[in-house]
Design a protein around this ligand. Structure first.
Ligand code: ZN
Ligand code: ZN
Length: 379
């Protein structure tokens, strides 16, 4: 392809192994990771979570940062050698160089630590590392669809959702918890909260799961049946590929409203902090896992807990699966309320029936519910 430009940002060359595309993308991702970590060292007050700051083993992080930057540079160099279009490789190397110029792994911690508004850049970097270390190998080793690449269609958009939700974690946590605290404080009763908080840990955890999923079920169902709300939730269903990253695609209004309402009964009942914390960790992992491209069917778990097959059917474009499987944790809720659908096979396709009617870019999707796009969006 001699006429293709050397530095085009558009991918016109093959992207499979050996073409320098994978090394280029990895170089850019590692470069961003390394540069982000260096920024966290420079501006800890505004780029790191106060809850995490005290927990960091700084010497280990420096060692890891060193490996990340060296890896990014090396992969960038490999991509430049393999690929006619040098844009990816040079971008990865440039990011690494910038990180080194700003101090690299020897960067000093700048400024006095203050509390106030912050972006969870460290939270984002930890999430990127944690999720990719667990889910990428899992989906490569036990794939439902083995032809599906990690860098499948629209992975960039979903990565933006992933990044934005981690960066604004302070704001979304506040918006999730504050409304319950402000508007439902009157509903809290000391004897009830004391009783709930004193129950055995496992009982509290199960109760939180039941109470929050009951609320979540109905909020989710309303997001499907009320057209004005569906415009927000359609963004989540616009993903036509299922993997761990696809679950991140949630309109901010959808995510915050659902979480804030689901938090109300938990707040009113007043469970212990440790049970709440375990529940939050559980939600994050399960909500990601049920979208994953893994072939495990968990036949013994089907009636008890939402599995990938259960939620994949929620995303199915097949007419018989529309408005089914609203629960995030407990399929029993769908069974009780008549929306359970789980045949002995996997869906053929995902997305909104009748084709995509949602913009493909992040900003377009953010604006989409407000643009009053009329018509029957739902399949
Ligand atoms: Zn839904
Ligand atoms: Zn989903």
């Amino acid at each position: 392809m001699p006429e293709s430009p050397h530095l085009s940002l558009r991918t016109t060359q093959p992207t499979h192994f050996g073409q320098g595309w994978i090394s280029g993308v990895l170089s850019v991702l590692l470069g961003i990771l390394g540069l982000g970590a260096v920024f966290c060292f420079h501006f800890p007050s505004v780029l790191t979570m106060p809850e995490l700051r005290e927990l960091y083993p700084v010497p280990w992080i420096r060692a890891l940062l060193h490996i990340v930057l060296a890896g990014a540079f090396l992969l960038g160099a490999i991509s430049v050698c393999l690929r006619y279009n040098k844009a990816l490789g040079l971008t990865g190397m440039g990011l690494t160089l910038a990180a080194w110029l700003l101090g690299g792994s020897g960067v000093s911690v700048d400024g006095e630590l203050r509390t106030g508004p912050f972006l969870g850049l460290d939270w984002l970097l930890l999430n990127v590392i944690g999720y990719s270390v667990v889910f990428v190998p899992l989906e490569r080793l036990f794939p439902l669809r083995s032809q599906q690449s990690v860098f499948r269609r629209q992975w960039r958009v979903d990565l933006i959702y992933f990044a934005v939700s981690a960066l604004i974690v302070q704001g979304t946590t506040l918006l999730t918890m504050k409304p319950a605290m402000i508007f439902f404080d009157w509903a809290r009763n000391a004897s009830v909260t004391q009783f709930a908080g004193s129950l055995p840990f496992a009982i509290q955890f199960i109760l939180i799961l039941v109470v929050s999923d009951f609320t979540q079920y109905w909020v989710h169902r309303l997001f499907h049946v009320i057209p004005a709300l569906w415009r927000f939730h359609a963004i989540h269903h616009s993903a036509d590929v299922m993997d761990w990253l696809a679950g991140s695609r949630l309109h901010l209004v959808d995510a915050v409203v659902t979480r804030a309402i689901s938090y109300v009964p938990i707040y009113v009942l007043g469970f212990s902090e440790s049970a709440m914390f375990t529940y939050v960790a559980w939600v994050v992992i399960q909500a990601t896992f049920i979208h994953a491209n893994v072939r495990w069917e968990f036949p013994w778990l089907r009636p008890l807990l939402a599995t990938p097959a259960f939620h994949h059917w929620h995303h199915s474009a097949a007419p018989e699966a529309v408005d089914k499987n609203f629960a995030v944790h407990l399929p029993a809720l769908d069974w009780i309320f008549g929306s359970y659908y789980l045949p002995e096979r996997w869906p053929d396709s995902y997305g909104i029936a009748g084709g995509p009617k949602v913009p493909e870019g992040f900003l377009g999707q953010l604006a989409h519910p407000f643009t009053g796009m009329r018509g029957n969006l739902k399949g």
